[in-house]
Write a protein that binds this ligand. Structure first.
Ligand code: SAH
Ligand code: SF4
Length: 340
């Protein structure tokens, strides 16, 4: 609920707006029960207890990387569904990567979540709760959020919009919209809608290929939303919001990592407000997507840089703890099946 919705509900019970604000602040601090709201009257707590429930995520497993301080959480939801979130420490603060769905419908061939299929959407509060549980677990404040965990946020669009507003709300968690990134495999109608709303979250687009011939092989969604239309929607997004779009590009050996691919990509995105983030692939079983050679990645980046395109290569954090999208849940599920 937004603060306005909460105030409306409280009015119906003859409580004042400031009572709603008190409860809202408690909820966004991540309390587990109405009884924890210690400065609220017993009567109001009883009323809330009758009408509502607080559903927080609970930590099932927590893995801390020995290579860096990355932490991977396996979390369970109220119906027992399992999701993941990953906490990363950077010099500028903590970033959390949260899930938006249980599984995913999009079926990208290199992705462990895609292989699971789809179970259900997360609610906005289940997304917020991932942030709150990590903050409470470590006693820290998280400054940046990326919607890059399990699921496709723009396939759970309504809840993602509610989440964005709640996470950025000043009286709630107050995470600046500019500190939130939404990552999508490229659902064009929703990208267009997001641009219209002028929400200043960062848009990351999982491009992974410069043309339809290659992208069709790894992202089934490309058949519906092909590269040219996707790039055009991204250009419009950047123009309308004045914010640069990040193109995620996972390097796959002998598929999308040639000098020719780099040149084609540079020709297609050059001159627009954008940034390319190169991701070394995390290999999973059941496909032929292997890591590109280090020299190949360097050559690819150099070609983009020479064409004036801003490029970074993502560090592979938490590689010893199955930190990549969907890998831990996939591993836990597999080992449970093996134990049975
Ligand atoms: N569904 C959204 C967000 C979740 S996936 C999306 O696809 O953008 C987050 C990012 O992880 C995407 O860029 C995705 O392509 C990438 N990814 C998924 N599996 C990966 C793997 N095995 N190795 C490297 N990147 C991967
Ligand atoms: Fe879904 Fe993103 Fe994985 Fe594709 S990469 S299957 S869109 S979570």
């Amino acid at each position: 609920m937004s603060l306005e919705q909460l105030e409306k509900a409280f009015k119906g019970w003859n409580y004042r707006p400031y009572h709603a604000l008190q409860v809202y602040a408690w909820l966004h601090r991540g309390v587990e029960s109405f009884d924890d709201m210690t400065d609220i009257s017993k009567q109001l707590r009883g009323e809330l207890e009758k009408q509502y429930e607080i559903f927080n995520v609970s930590i099932v497993e927590k893995l801390t990387s020995k290579c860096d301080e990355t932490i991977k959480y396996l979390l369970s939801l109220r119906d027992g569904a399992l999701i993941e979130s990953v906490l990363m420490k950077y010099h500028h603060g903590y970033t959390i990567c949260i899930s938006t769905q249980v599984g995913c419908k999009m079926g990208c061939v290199f992705c462990a979540t895609g292989k699971m299929g789809f179970s259900r959407n997360l609610t906005a509060s289940e997304m917020l709760s991932q942030i709150q549980s990590a903050q409470a677990d470590l006693g820290i404040r998280i400054s940046n959020v990326v919607l890059m965990g399990m699921g496709e946020p723009l396939d759970n669009y309504e809840n993602t919009l509610i989440f964005l507003k709640l996470a950025a709300s000043q009286k709630g968690m107050n995470i600046g919209m500019r500190h939130i990134s939404v990552s999508t495999c490229g659902i064009i109608d929703k990208i267009n809608d997001l641009a219209q709303r002028n929400i200043s979250a960062t848009l990351s687009v999982s491009l992974h290929a410069p043309n339809n011939e290659i992208r069709d092989q790894i992202l089934p969604i490309n058949k519906k939303f092909p590269v040219e239309e996707l790039l055009s929607a991204c250009r419009d997004y950047a123009q309308m919001t004045k914010r640069r779009v990040t193109y995620e590009y996972t390097m796959i050996n002998n598929l999308n990592d040639s000098a020719l691919c780099a040149k084609e990509l540079a020709n297609k995105i050059g001159g627009s407000l954008c940034h390319v983030n190169i991701i070394p692939i995390n290999q999973i079983d059941g496909n032929n997507c292997n890591k590109s050679q280090h020299d190949q990645i360097k050559l690819f980046c150099d070609i983009l840089l020479k064409k004036g395109i801003s490029v970074t290569t993502r560090r592979s954090l938490g590689s010893d703890i199955n930190a990549s999208c969907g890998q831990l849940r996939a591993r836990v599920k597999t080992s449970k099946i093996l134990q049975q």
